[in-house]
Design a protein around this ligand. Sequence first.
Ligand code: A4P
Ligand code: MG
Length: 201
Amino acid sequence: MKIIEGGRGKPWLSRLSLRFPTSSRTMPLGFAAPTERKPVIAYVGLGANLGEPEKQLTEALARLAAAEEVEVLKVSGFYRNPPLGPPGQPWFVNAVAKVRTRLSPEELLRVLKNIEQAMGRVTRERWGPREIDLDLLLYNGEVLSGPDLTVPHPEMQHRGFVLVPLAEIAPLAWHPVLKKTAAELEAMLPPRERECLEKLT
Ligand code: A4P
Ligand code: MG
């Protein structure tokens, strides 16, 4: 199991012993294979509000840790918080993981999407309820803008459920567009964005 540091008070991490098959990838000609690249740091946001959200976050973390070329270095606490988006949906549980990876951002996004699919995520309305959602928040201090991937995640600076767990595990994580650290962005949030979070672990 490649979870290096579990964070404070997370006995559930040491209990993770699941192994999941990972898909083999083919590399287009002219691109370096993941094993030839230098590892970089990225941050992944996790969220769920259907089924058993805490269990699903734990399973998603185990699957992420089992993915080829991905190490989970640190995991934040789990935070219960009200939904942002269409009304009438259950509260979310959110967390953030720090990973070290040799995957490109597109490959890492593919791993995240594969995990969502393997865990039975059903496509519903945008910002609607979900079994599991994995977002790439930050990748190696890079700025990326493509049809399928925008990094940093374009909404992260507005969201307590992203910035509070991110600042918990990586206060100095750098937002390359806003030129601020996670702790600075968290401090700029309206108080209600922090006050509505209930830390579970
Ligand atoms: N995509 C582009 N950039 C990224 C990125 N950095 N990370 C594309 C992940 N995906 C990215 O995502 C739609 C498409 O976004 C993907 O196919 C990918 O190519 P999706 O997960 O299928 O759909 P979505 O999540 O409904 O849409 P979106 O716009 O990604 O929403 P968010 O920003 O993920 O917000 N309230 C609380 N309390 N907690 C939450 O976690 N999450 C959402 C979803 C809304 N309300 C919430 C929460
Ligand atoms: Mg998403």
